[in-house]
Write a protein that binds this ligand. Structure first.
Ligand code: C2O
Ligand code: CU
Length: 579
């Protein structure tokens, strides 16, 4: 069983336990004896089963189980100790066990709420809040059911609940150690890059574009979605003038996967101010990385990218032969892009398909009709890629794969989630059942470029209640906090930095660090055995633990976030900062 399914199973069992106790208590209070006994038995079974799932989660990694072991388990145990013996005596008047059963229900619910609303790390404050809630609810129930506890008992319960509430709140809302972006933060200066050799102008504006045969209201660069394809030859100096005609929320250009100097990174509030309607900003950088990249707005990035403010950036080596096609996949108002296209290619011609996922969710790509190799991932060439046949690839949000093959005499077709997007002629093949390539075991291994680590960070991804903003929200969190309250990670230039990324949630988080490519070391404890993988976008699935590392060689303040841009917006953004 994967850790992801364990997490899901444990959650379901926890809900059953809480519901069983609460339902049993309610049945007892209304004197429905068989129902009460039956629900209580179910709750007891679920609680026992939880011991197994929580133990298994703790073995998969303490991050997955901490609050369950430290807070939920003692609460559940208290519930069993109080309710269990009374049930065994099976009193004639079932109503007399209503309060103990409901107490067990509040205890189980308290533990469950800690997991769902707070998660990792388990803090004493949160534990105390849960205790306060359980004690208060039990005392109130006691009163309500008229079985009147003695005044001493009620007073003691009130005192315990109040003390736990006050201490717990105090401990739970202590301010975070370091602000995400320091208050004295200034935008970085642009370093000199020499005379531009490639010039582009991108004007952002609202537009109506044709997609899937209908008119779609979009936000577009130069009136088109995707924006113009920016191409360069390695060594070029790019100059891109960004203008904003009427995007009220502002625009910027972020060069996704391109490790530009910090001042050119296009993150509003961090590397520059957002470009407002009527304003412009000029980006200049040297195209010294070959490969497939893309650009997109980083201002209101969730809605901005979704509505169309993105485009392709390809930097090619000097002489290029054969057919070279970019396939930027996007979903615009429900219409999948690009539109299918067919062009014959002569047998023997080398073909490179540059697959780009500009959506916020994973896509599945399948190339039918020819053996192929994955030549590059996220712009970096792979070492010794071997031919693949009838194999699909999964590309995370923001990620890119370059597939290469020599055109056969028969047609070839590329499918994205089963939809044909590119072909050299008619092909009918079912690709749904194809196995999926695991890039961690593909290609030829090479020794790591360093033998030490200077800094280590752990990012635990989850959901949780965020009460620090103006309105409470159910945020996507990192180490229990949401943007802008996630402390920055501070490194020194030259450090080798290792990140452990843990996904405690039930959904995938495509991780993306700006300004650097990270080398994948392990996933779920298993070392990467194939070609070194230098990624800028990778899917951390539910229950996954990834270890990656990079050299801190690009000073500045860099966004480090989930590339499901709705998640990034809802808290899952932090920063990497050079001291
Ligand atoms: Cu492609 Cu910070 O994003
Ligand atoms: Cu996410």
């Amino acid at each position: 069983m994967t850790t992801g399914s364990l997490l899901a199973a444990d959650l379901v069992i926890a809900v059953l336990a809480a519901a069983g106790w609460l339902g049993g208590g309610a049945a007892a209070a209304t004197r429905r004896r068989p129902l009460a006994l039956c629900l209580a038995a179910l709750a007891l079974l679920a609680t026992l089963a939880r011991a197994a799932t929580v133990t298994a989660l703790a073995r998969a990694g303490w991050w997955f189980a901490a609050e369950k072991v430290l807070i939920a388990a003692p609460l559940s145990l208290a519930g069993v100790v109080v309710a269990g013996p009374r049930l065994v005596r099976a009193p004639a008047d079932i109503r007399s066990v209503a309060v103990p059963l409901l107490f067990a229900g509040y205890a189980a619910s308290g533990g469950l709420l800690v997991t769902v609303l707070h998660g990792y790390p388990a803090s004493p404050g949160v534990g105390l809040l849960a205790v306060a809630g359980v004690v208060a609810a039990t005392a109130a129930t006691w009163r309500l059911l008229g079985s009147r506890p003695s005044p001493t008992v009620s007073r003691a319960a009130l005192a315990v609940a109040a003390a736990a509430l006050v201490t717990g709140t105090g401990l739970a809302v202590t301010p975070s150690a370091a602000p995400a972006v320091p208050h004295d933060h200034r935008y970085p200066d642009a370093p000199p890059v020499g005379e531009p050799t490639r010039r582009f102008t991108l004007t952002a504006g609202t537009a109506t574009v044709k997609a899937g045969g209908r008119d779609v209201a979009a936000w577009a660069f130069n009136g088109q979605v995707p924006g113009p394809e920016l191409t360069a030859t390695v060594g070029d100096v790019l100059e891109v003038t960004l203008r904003n005609r009427d995007i009220a929320r502002g625009v910027t250009l972020h060069w996704h996967g391109y490790d530009v100097p910090n001042s050119q990174d296009g993150v509003p509030g961090v590397t520059q101010a957002a470009v407002l309607p009527g304003q412009e900003f000029v980006y200049r950088f040297r195209a010294d990385q070959v490969g497939t990249y893309w650009y997109h707005t980083h201002s209101a990035s969730d809605v901005g990218v979704r509505k169309g403010l993105y485009g392709v950036l390809v930097v090619r080596p000097a002489p290029v032969t054969g057919v070279d096609v970019t396939v930027p996949v996007h979903t615009l108002s429900g219409v999948p892009l690009p539109a299918p296209r067919t062009e014959p290619v002569g047998a023997g011609v080398p073909v490179r398909l540059r697959l780009i996922n500009t959506d916020s969710t994973t896509h599945r790509y399948a190339l039918a009709g020819t053996p192929f190799r994955v030549a590059a991932i996220d712009g970096s060439d792979l070492r010794g890629p071997t031919p693949l046949v009838d194999t699909a690839v999964l590309i995370p949000a923001g990620g890119r794969y370059d597939l290469v093959f020599t055109a056969p005499a028969t047609p070839v077709a590329l499918f994205v989630d089963g939809r044909e997007v590119y072909s050299t002629g008619p092909v009918s093949t079912a690709t749904d059942a194809w196995p999926v390539l695991d890039p961690l075991g593909y290609g030829a291994a090479a020794p790591a470029p360093w033998s030490r680590t200077d800094k280590e960070f752990t990012l635990v991804l989850d959901r949780g209640l965020d009460l620090r903003g103006l309105l409470p929200r159910y945020a996507h969190t990192v180490n229990g906090a949401a943007d802008p309250d996630i402390p920055s990670q501070v490194v020194r230039r030259g450090d080798v930095v290792a990140f452990t990324i843990v996904n405690r949630s039930q959904i995938v988080h495509p991780w993306h660090l700006h300004g650097h490519h990270v080398l994948v070391l392990t996933r779920n404890g298993r070392p990467a055995t194939g070609s070194p993988l230098w990624l800028d976008s990778f899917d951390v699935r539910a229950g996954d633990v990834w270890e990656v590392a990079f050299r801190a060689d690009n000073p500045g303040m860099w966004a480090n976030h989930c590339h499901n841009l709705a998640h990034a917006d809802a808290g899952m953004t932090l920063h990497l900062m050079y001291s």
